[in-house]
Structure formats: structure tokens, C-alpha cells
Design a protein around this ligand. Structure first.
Ligand code: DQA
Length: 148
């Protein structure tokens, strides 16, 4: 399978942004980690990051049009973007796998982070395992895609 790995706002600042919460791996390190995991699993994965909601919506449309599975960390959009949620629903509605990933465990943080508008339309969620969660999410995509 082919997988788009999408990162939302502020994730370009990984490594220096609240390292106690998000760890010390920067975005390039995350890209390298995803490449290694994809190699091991024999899947093709492409990582993209944007602070812009419209980019993320367009990339989810692209996933639908090209039949790509999705791993997405919607970052703060998780908590309030109905546009992203609706675009994510198009992906799972098309029979593709969409894994929501969070580096931290939002359920254990501030109240506003405890609600995700994306989860109801995601295939599943990986949260709280640091950047290793992206590798876990790729594993989950392979498993879920094989089960269809
Ligand atoms: C995050 C959690 C969100 O609440 C936050 O806005 C982020 C990152 C995570 O990966 O833990 O930017 O999605």
C-alpha cells in the first residue's frame, strides 16, 4: 500500500517545541523514522507538513483520488476543524484506512485537547507514544488494509 503521512500546524517545530511534551526528534528526524518504518514494512510513505488547513484538506482529497491510505496528525486542528473532519470522512468513506496520530496523549492533557472532531471518522487512533507512534500507525495501516 501507499500512504500519505500528513502533519498539521506547528509540527515543523518538532525538536525545539515543548521537548518535554513532544520529544527532541525534529521534523527531518520524523521523516527519516517514517522512511525506515516504511522500508521495513514494504510500503511507500510520503510525509508532508503544513500549517494551512486548506493544504491538509487538499491532501486528503488527493488521497481519495489516488487511493492512498492516510496517517494524519491534525495537531491543533484535531480539536475544532470540521473541514478537516469532513475531508477525513471522505477518505474512510472511500474504503481507505485513516489513522489519527498524536505524539503526546491529548486525553491526559488540557480539557480542550480531550476532544477530537476527527476520531469519529478515523479508522483508529495512536496517541501518547512519542514520534514512534508514526511507525505504529504505519503498522496499523498495513494490518487494517490487509484485513479489507
Ligand atoms: C498533537 C496534540 C495537539 O493537541 C496539539 O495541538 C499538537 C500536537 C500531538 O501530536 O500530540 O499540535 O496533535
Amino acid at each position: 500500500p501507499e500512504v500519505l503521512v500528513l502533519n498539521g500546524p506547528n509540527l515543523s517545530r518538532l525538536g525545539s517545541r515543548e521537548p518535554d511534551v513532544y520529544g527532541r526528534t525534529d521534523h527531518d528526524g520524523l521523516v527519516a523514522l517514517v522512511a525506515r518504518a516504511a522500508d521495513e514494512l514494504g510500503v511507500r510513505a510520503e510525509v508532508r507538513q503544513s500549517d494551512d488547513e486548506s493544504d491538509l484538506v487538499a491532501w486528503l482529497h488527493e488521497a481519495v483520488d489516488r487511493g492512498l491510505h492516510v496517517v494524519v496528525n491534525p495537531a491543533a486542528f484535531t480539536h475544532y476543524s470540521y473541514a478537516l473532519r469532513d475531508a477525513a470522512a471522505l477518505v474512510t468513506g472511500a474504503g481507505l484506512v485513516l489513522v489519527e496520530v498524536h505524539i503526546s496523549n491529548p486525553g491526559a492533557r488540557e480539557q480542550f485537547r480531550r476532544h477530537s472532531v476527527v476520531t469519529p471518522v478515523a479508522t483508529g487512533v495512536v496517541a501518547g507514544f512519542g514520534v514512534a507512534g508514526y511507525a505504529l500507525a504505519l503498522h496499523a495501516v498495513v494490518g487494517a488494509a490487509a484485513a479489507r
